[in-house]
Design a protein around this ligand. Structure first.
Ligand SMILES: Cc1ncc(COP(=O)(O)O)c(C=O)c1O
Length: 488
């Protein structure tokens, strides 16, 4: 991400703020001619900034070939529908005799998300949560765009390090140790000692902790670490709650700070995670209030905290309940209230927000059973068997609350229908199974579908978050292959 771009987003946000303040003034008191002139000039400046922002996005589009093609991505037209893109890849697969499932990764969607983050929360540095989708090409792209990384383990730190090492080869002036220190946070509050040692040896500096035992581990294995205290949040309105597992209560956080002071450790700030897929923006506001309490306490103890980490939790897709933009408004306001001091570094660790939309999965129907023929009083009309299941990409049915139903299944018929039927096809009660010999390997049960055939393809959008990262080879099925694209 260019310095220019960051300057533009910051300036644009500042101007917007000024304008908001002026509008509030105007509501109460009639504006003087001078005020009106100033407001008009601010509006003009804001408009110019917006134009510049758009131009900066365009300049990234102009550099698209340079950015995406080295990552093996194929160019697609921005107006091409997902259906037609999947159709193209299916055709290609069929022509080489393959019926294997595949995933299309749209790298430009990840880039757009990063730009949107910067636009809506210019103050918050983006530390991508690698766990959500550790695809090296996604990490490479975000690294090139100037983003940073939240790593949960030795292997994730190593992955980011490997990407940085590629840069060292291209640019000998690149300072690996410094970048490891500035651009990674080891954000797993409960760590294996060997992972702490690896992080330390590889120049990682920032690391989270949420209990007193972890603090004693720092004294022994990593005394110069920049410790960030992770506090508990009220995550009842998040789809995946974490607070039963992680986070210090306010009183434990205070004890940890005192203990660290006595041990001569370097505590630098506060972090929290509101729970993944958070439906209630006010959770961020409460967590920022609690963070402020801890900042104030730390100051009394003699620490000068300089980091606030607002974690993840942002939606992968906007819904009626919550939008990313709404969350950013709440966060920006609270930061202005509690952490206006610009010397405080503010970081965030988005996972699903960055990658949910970037992956589309296509899977092939490899077997079928007509229950109407064999079972009297049958509960299901058809059973289908596809070649991707819960031990593969659909592990998110168990781990991430994914529900497969008629609204998110897209059908590509093997045989092209010559004429559009006059009547909609009749629906049958259908169950879809994954490919393994385990009966928990089920995508959905008893949903209304038109009759499908062996060889038809089903495709599913928005499968980029917490999917491929948990796939296995169970029963000898290979991991699903990726095709990379960018839209321009
Ligand atoms: C410490 C930490 N940060 C960030 C994330 C990413 O969260 P999300 O995908 O909700 O943005 C997670 C998810 O587990 C996490 O544990």
């Amino acid at each position: 991400m260019t310095k220019n771009y960051i300057y533009h987003v910051k300036k644009s946000a500042f101007l917007k703020q000024q304008l908001q303040k002026r509008t509030t003034n105007r509501r109460g008191v009639a504006a003087t001619t001078g005020q009106k002139r100033k407001t008009a000039s601010l509006r003009r400046q804001e408009k110019n900034m917006k134009t510049m922002l758009r131009e900066d996005c365009k300049s990234i589009s102009k550099r698209a070939e340079e950015v995406f093609e080295p990552l093996g991505a194929t160019k697609m037209s921005a107006s091409q529908s997902t259906r037609s893109m999947v159709k193209g890849f299916v055709k290609q697969q069929v022509s080489v005799g393959s019926e294997d499932p595949f995933i299309i990764v749209d790298l430009s969607s990840v880039a757009r998300r990063a730009l949107n983050w910067k636009r809506l929360m210019p103050r918050v540095e983006l530390f991508y949560a690698v766990k959500c989708n550790p695809n090296p090409n996604i990490v490479r792209l975000l690294f090139k765009m100037g983003c940073n990384f939240d790593c949960a383990s030795l292997e994730e730190i190593k992955l980011v390090r490997d990407v940085m090492e590629e840069e060292v080869k291209l640019n000998p002036a690149f300072h690996l140790a410094q970048q490891m220190g500035d651009r990674i946070i080891f954000a797993n509050p409960c760590k294996q000692t060997s992972h702490m040692k690896y992080a330390r040896e590889n120049h990682v500096k920032m690391v989270t902790a949420d209990n007193e035992f972890e603090i004693t581990k720092f004294k022994q294995f990593w005394p110069e670490a920049e410790i960030v205290i992770r506090i508990k949040t009220d995550d009842k309105n998040s789809v995946c709650a974490f607070s039963s597992k992680f986070g210090a209560t306010i009183s434990v956080a205070k004890k940890m700070i005192q203990q660290s002071k006595e041990l001569g450790l370097n505590v630098v700030g506060v972090s929290f995670h509101v729970g993944s897929n958070c439906k209630d923006p006010s959770t961020y506001a409460s967590a920022l209030d609690d963070s402020k309490t801890i900042f104030d306490f730390a100051a009394q103890v003699g620490y000068d905290f300089k980091l606030i980490d607002i974690g993840g939790g942002y939606p992968g897709k906007d819904s009626q309940e919550v939008t990313f933009e709404h969350i950013t408004k709440v966060v920006n306001e609270k930061m202005e209230q509690h952490f206006a001091d610009s010397s405080i570094r503010v970081i965030g660790e988005p996972g699903r927000y960055m990658v949910t939309e970037c992956q589309t999965l296509a899977t092939n129907i490899c077997a079928k059973r007509d229950q109407r023929l064999i079972e009297e009083g049958h509960s299901q009309d058809f059973l289908y068997y596809v070649n991707e299941g819960v031990y593969g990409t659909f592990n998110n049915i168990y781990f991430d609350h994914m529900i497969v139903n008629e609204s998110n299944i897209n059908i590509l018929k093997k045989k092209r229908q010559m004429k559009k039927p006059l009547e909609p096809a009749p629906r049958f009660s259908s169950t879809i199974w994954g490919p393994t010999c385990d009966s928990v390997d089920k995508l959905c049960y008893s949903i209304p579908l038109q009759e499908l055939d062996i060889g038809d393809w089903l495709f599913f959008s928005d499968l980029g978050a917490y999917t491929s990262c948990c796939s296995t080879n169970f029963n000898g099925f290979k991991l699903t292959k990726f095709f990379y694209v960018y839209k321009c």
